[in-house]
Each structure stands twice: as C-alpha cells, then as structure tokens.
Ligand binder design. Structure first.
Ligand code: 0X9
Ligand code: ZN
Length: 419
C-alpha cells in the first residue's frame, strides 16, 4: 500500500482538522531558568512534582537549565514566583503556536513532494496509522522483518514491535529500542523508523550494517505510547503522558516513564494526576508499561542493550535514574557511552553529554532504563535524549529528522561495536 501524494495529504489534513478541536498554543512561550544554588534546583524540582506546570527540561546542576512552558495568562504569575526565589529567566521560544504552524506546513509540503515508493516518507513525521502501515508493508515485503502486536493501549491501539533478523532461529543477542514513550517527542519515532529503514535497505549492500544484522537481532517499538502519540496529532501537540482516565480527577494520563518499579513514587515523580510526571496509581498500572516489561522479560538473557529514545537535551544517560548512586558496572557503561557519543559528535559536531541520569540530569523515579538495568539485568540500558537543546525543543522541524537520525545511528553503531 502506498499512502502519500497530494490527495492523501489534503484528506489527512481535513480529517485532522475536523475530528478535534486542537489546543491552540498561540502566545505560549518556553522560558529558560538557570538555577545557581542547590536550594533553587530543589525548589524547581518540588514545584514540578506538586503542580501541573509543563516543564520541558529540568536542571540537575547549576550548569544545566530548567525550561518551562508558560501560557500568556500565566507568564506574569510564573515570573513573579521565579523572582521571589531570585531565579532569572530568559525567553527561549516566544510563540509555540507559530512554531507548530510552521511544523505542520513543513510536514504538509514534504508529503506533497514525496514521490518514493514506500508506504511513508521516512524523512517526515507521520501519524500512528501511517507508521503502522509502513511496518506492515515492511513485514510483508522484506524477509528480514517480522512484526508482532505486543500489547494493547488503554484506548485499544496495537503496541507493535518490529524485529529485523537474518536468522530468527539463531536466538542472537538483541539490540532493543523503545521510542516515543512520551507522546510529544516526535523525533524519537521518526528516528527509530529511519533507523529501521536504514538497516533494512542497507543489509546485503552495506558491509557494516550486514555484519551488525548478522550479529544481532534488532527490535524496535517505534510508538510505545500509541494513544498519547495519536492525541498529540489530533488534539494537543504537546501531550506527554498516556491517555489513562484517572479516577477522581479531571486530569488524564500517566507518565509512563514514571510507572516502572525502581524507586516507584520517589523523587522526580508526582502523585498528582494533573502533573506531567504523574506516576500512576501503582507500578505497572498502565498497559503500555506492562507491554514493554513483558517484551524485555520475554527475551531475558538475550537483550544485550535496551535503549529508550527521548527528546530533547542531547544526552546519553545510564542508570541510576532514581538515585544519584552509581551502578557497579558504571565504568563499563561510561566506556560504552563514550564510544557512542564520540561517533555521534564526529558526524556533524552535535555536542552530547553522557553519564548516569542522577548525576548528569536529575533524579527521575520509576523509569524504563532503571527497570531494564536493575530488574532485567540489561547492563547496557540507556536513555538517549535526542536533539535539540531548546531552540525548537519538542517541535524539531522535519528537515532535522535525517541529520538527527544519521548521527544517532552512527553513535549506536559505534556503541554496539564497542560492547
Ligand atoms: O524525564 C524524563 O522522563 C526524561 N526526560 S524527558 O524530557 N524526555 O521527559 C528523562 C528520563 C531519564 N532517565 C532514565 N530513564 N534514565
Ligand atoms: Zn521523554
């Protein structure tokens, strides 16, 4: 099936615009706060856990930043709170609504210009259905690829895992990826799809890719949070959580990257359903997190590396995330991360920081990475925060998909050759 061209494009846009009233972010800004003391860092962290304010990034050290989305109505109030804490801020993005319109325009233009023969243009952003159609096409046309429905989301969408293998019966070690667990981080699904495409087209002609597929089975969950992702296309570009209805609250959604057991409910997560980091009623309360857990457990002993793709910040992160303690294998993790980051940076000069989440970033409890490492024994368990560092944030323009995916893939290849 081939889904593209101007006719499809117009229909798709009409469908999007008629099925839902989209949240309008006109005038919304992203402000950057640079805390100078530990006390200020703690204030910001507590503020996030106890409010419904949309934090886009969180400072862990006095060298990093906290980015916060503010509506035009709340700007004065937020600025005053920051001033009271002697926190300076600057405006990073001045109009998110405009940024979203530009993004949609670029997506539409690329769709209209696409004349390839695949179900989708892997250099563009796509809806959940389009990505699923691409995976189905790949599975039916490429003998390397199989897909399986690994679980079902709250709203009943399939959570699909794609496997690339040159010999399934060989039970090779596995390189495993979950992507787009946070709905608005569109670059993560796009990067995973681009990598799937690059591996499947390169096998047999590119010697490095051929060797990597002969050595490993490659498994991807390109859209780990289908409901949130679909909602971010139809209703709210900046949706982060899943779409769980929270009993007793008007607020929807659980942060799936706080719903795993390691440190569940601790620092860097919230017990308030209106918070963007709401951890859910209990560990593994959500079908989406159960599905990821089951997938890793089903391949126990074979998963050589498990990588969760996120954006943004340009970071390669290891455990621990729930505490600032370091894992026993940390020197080995650092060596592997360095190999990946060096190759990533060598591609276009994109600067990445790396290290344990608790030291490089901030404490986040109940994450995928700590679960894969601590409970499933995957030493090489990482979270990669893709581009950028805040110029576009979650709304990275489509023209940056290929450079982002290319450098990330170079990093992953070097990393996997080093472990
Ligand atoms: O806070 C998060 O869940 C991640 N950042 S994001 O901006 N994409 O939301 C970071 C989580 C890092 N922790 C690990 N899983 N190691
Ligand atoms: Zn994320």
């Amino acid at each position: 099936m081939r889904i593209h061209g101007p006719v499809f494009c117009i229909c798709a846009l009409l469908a999007l615009s008629t099925t839902a009233v989209k949240v309008d972010y006109t005038g919304h800004m992203v402000i950057r706060v640079s805390p100078k003391t530990e006390e200020q860092i703690k204030f910001l962290s507590d503020w996030e856990s106890t409010s419904s304010i949309d934090f886009w990034s969180r400072a862990a050290t006095t060298k990093t930043f906290t980015d916060i989305r503010v509506s035009p109505e709340s700007y004065k109030h937020v600025a005053q709170i920051l001033l009271d804490k002697k926190l300076n801020h600057k405006i990073l993005i001045s109009n998110l609504g405009e940024l979203e319109r530009q993004e949609q325009q670029e997506i539409a233009l690329r769709r209209a210009l696409y004349n390839g023969d695949k179900a989708i243009d892997v250099e563009n952003y796509h809806t959940y259905e389009e990505v699923m159609a691409y995976l189905a096409e790949l599975a039916s046309t490429n003998p390397l690829v199989t897909t399986m429905v690994a679980g079902s989301s709250i709203e009943g969408r399939d959570i699909v895992q794609a496997t690339i293998s040159s010999d399934l019966s060989a039970n090779k070690p596995i390189a495993w990826f979950d992507c787009n667990i946070h709905a608005r981080e569109w670059i993560t699904a796009a990067t995973c799809v681009w990598i799937i495409d690059t591996i499947t087209t390169g096998y047999g002609s590119d010697p490095e890719i051929t060797a990597l597929v002969d050595q490993y089975d490659w498994k991807f969950v390109p859209i780990a949070n289908p409901d949130g992702y679909a909602f971010s296309w139809t209703n709210d570009r900046l949706w982060r959580k899943n779409r769980a209805v929270n009993p007793g609250s008007v607020c929807v959604g659980v942060d799936l990257n706080r719903n795993f057991p390691v440190g569940f409910g601790g620092t860097g997560s919230s017990n308030g359903p209106c918070s963007e980091t709401f951890h859910g009623a209990a560990e593994f309360s959500e079908p989406e997190s159960i599905t990821l857990k089951n997938l890793i457990a089903a391949d126990a002993g074979r998963v050589k590396t498990a990588i969760s793709m996120h954006s943004y910040s340009q970071l390669w992160l290891s455990s621990y995330s729930y505490s600032s303690a370091l894992p026993a294998e940390y020197p080995e993790m650092l060596r592997a991360m360095r190999a990946g980051v060096d190759a990533l940076t060598a591609t276009y000069g994109t600067v990445y920081d790396y290290g344990s989440t608790g030291t490089v970033l901030y404490i986040a409890s109940g994450t995928t990475t700590d679960h894969y490492y601590k409970n499933e024994g995957v030493v090489h368990s990482y979270t990669i925060e893709l581009r950028d560092t805040g110029l576009y944030g979650f709304e990275l323009p489509p023209r940056l998909i290929v450079p982002t995916a290319t450098e990330t893939w170079n990093g992953i290849k070097a990393f996997i050759n080093a472990i």
